[in-house]
Design a protein around this ligand. Structure first.
Ligand code: PLP
Length: 282
């Protein structure tokens, strides 16, 4: 694999980052994951805009402009011959002698790599749906910033796997915040419900697009918190993310959602999303 490190495209074996990098020592870093379909980037501008926001919330700025990021992404796709897959991009505050305070003069570290995922849009899991468990949301209160502090998400996914499920939905004060790496939705009597934006959840790039497509298709959308109990008795449930697009959820804590099969609204939104985003890909 050819990866990108601070301006260079190099074989992964030759890439290196300092042991003093604050991304490594403090998770003082933000990231983006953009999907690639047919060699083209899905919603690149959305991911770029969120990267800018995440950085600015942490007192950092964009290490390069949008066009330079786009060119680097395209170069990586070409060099790795990616048809369908993902591009991971991480920006850290850089390397400095270990100190909790931000260094005054560190140079940001920028890393990008690809993950090939042939048939990403035809993921067979979308036909069967996924099972989720619920776990308390024990994360910090700035989940709106896409930092690399992902240990709690990893723990959640491990707990889900140990219990025979695919993922976990996090619950705060009885209400679902989001999935470990996706936004969470339920459908009741034709209305799509997903938590409103705020510090408790990541403003998903896929979420923004899916809600727009839902409204354009005259579906009813309510952006509000919903309880775990509402989710268990919903007609449908699903999650959205850049890597899974729209993924039906068919079981929550061992109880079937609706008929226990992917619901019509989730299926329709998945089809619309993939079709529209392929068309608009860069
Ligand atoms: N919520 C969390 C916690 C995530 O980690 C992610 C994606 O990784 C999402 C939501 C979905 O965001 P997006 O649609 O931009 O991939």
């Amino acid at each position: 694999r050819i990866v990108y490190v601070n301006g260079d495209f190099v074989p992964e074996e030759e890439a290196s980052v300092s042991v003093f990098d604050r991304g490594f020592l403090f998770a003082d870093a933000v990231y983006e994951v953009t999907s690639v379909l047919d060699g083209k980037l899905i919603d690149f501008d959305g991911h770029c805009a969120r990267l800018d926001r995440s950085l600015s919330e942490l007192g950092m700025s964009m290490p390069m402009d949008r066009d330079a990021f786009l060119e680097a992404h395209r170069e990586l796709v070409a060099r790795n011959d990616i048809g369908d897959g993902l591009i991971y991009l991480q920006v850290t505050r850089g390397a400095a002698d270990r100190d909790f305070h931000y260094p005054a003069d560190a140079t940001q570290t920028v890393v990008m790599f690809t993950q090939a995922k042939p048939g990403l849009a035809e993921n067979p899991q979308a036909q069967t749906g996924i099972k989720v468990i619920s776990i308390p949301d024990l994360r910090w209160d700035r989940c709106d910033i896409k930092t690399t502090q992902l240990l709690y998400a990893s723990m959640g996914k491990m707990k889900a796997r140990a219990e025979g499920a695919d993922d976990a939905w996090m619950v705060d004060d009885g209400k679902v915040t989001e999935g470990t790496s996706n936004n969470a939705y339920i459908v009741k009597d034709g209305t799509i419900v997903t938590r409103q934006l705020g510090n408790e959840i990541l403003p998903g790039i896929t979420r923004t697009a899916v809600l727009r497509f839902a409204r354009e298709a005259q579906m009813k959308v309510e952006e509000r918190a919903f309880t775990l109990e509402e989710a268990r008795t919903a007609d449908e449930a699903f999650v959205t993310s850049a890597s899974s697009f729209v993924m039906p959820v068919v079981e929550i804590d061992g109880a079937r959602v609706g008929a226990g099969a992917p619901g019509p609204i989730a299926k329709r939104l998945r089809d619309i999303y993939i079709e529209e985003m392929r068309r608009a890909a860069s």
